[in-house]
Design a protein around this ligand. Structure first.
Ligand code: GTP
Ligand code: MG
Length: 192
């Protein structure tokens, strides 16, 4: 994919704020602080377009990015941040699930997991939800630069087993490892 333009479009805190045209969208989901925003930036090759942070729970709204004036990447808030107030946790589920369930132009959900850790209960729930609702999805295991090859192989096998899938893309935002694979999945989903 040749990126000719990438711009921040808007933040949406409620459904009424979602963009109203029918452009195709690719959503990025996963645990708080797992590296969703970094993945978006590294895919686009721009630093700081999607806000990243060491503070978990940074992205609270749905953030829409317009790419090549043709399709959108959507950065969803992270789940599972233990210190978030209860009301906020409940709202995450409602907001994100509402978007995933209703959004007709959602062509792909990129489920980001941490290659260092075993998939969490919420990771499993999300994956089951996506499969059950027949939402095309891709699991991307990021932060692979933090592991040795042996650890990485072991963890990816473990994640595949837990999530009952054969397809996990090994990624590193720092090294841009896996970038071509993710883009080819996005391109495929855009051709529909
Ligand atoms: P929330 O918006 O809070 O849910 O977080 P997020 O999932 O968007 O994570 P974010 O991209 O902000 O990254 C969290 C932290 O992990 C930051 O300090 C990033 O620099 C770091 N990080 C993300 N991806 C990678 C990676 O592939 N390798 C390494 N070494 N660090 C990464
Ligand atoms: Mg983020």
């Amino acid at each position: 994919m040749k990126i000719t333009s990438a711009e921040f479009l808007k933040s949406a805190f409620q459904e009424a704020d979602w963009p109203q045209d029918a452009k195709a969208e690719i959503a990025f989901l996963g645990r708080s602080n797992v590296g969703k925003s970094s993945l978006i930036n590294s895919l686009l090759g721009v630093r700081g377009l999607a806000r990243t942070s060491n503070t978990p729970g940074r992205t609270q709204s749905l953030n829409f990015y317009l790419i090549n004036e043709r399709f959108r990447l959507v950065d969803l808030p992270g789940y599972g941040y233990a210190r978030a107030p209860k009301a906020l946790k409940a709202e995450w589920g409602a907001n994100a699930e509402n978007f995933l369930a209703k959004r007709a132009q959602l062509v792909l959900s990129i489920h980001v997991v941490d290659s260092r850790h075993e998939p969490s209960k919420q990771d499993l729930q999300l994956h089951e939800w996506l499969e059950h609702h027949q939402k095309p999805n891709l699991i991307v295991a990021t932060k692979s630069d933090k592991l040795s090859n042996n650890e990485l192989r072991r963890n990816i096998d473990r994640a595949k087993q837990a999530l009952k899938t054969n397809q996990v893309v090994i990624y590193s935002a720092t090294l841009k490892r896996g970038r071509e694979k993710v883009w080819s999945a996005i391109e495929k989903s855009l051709k529909g």
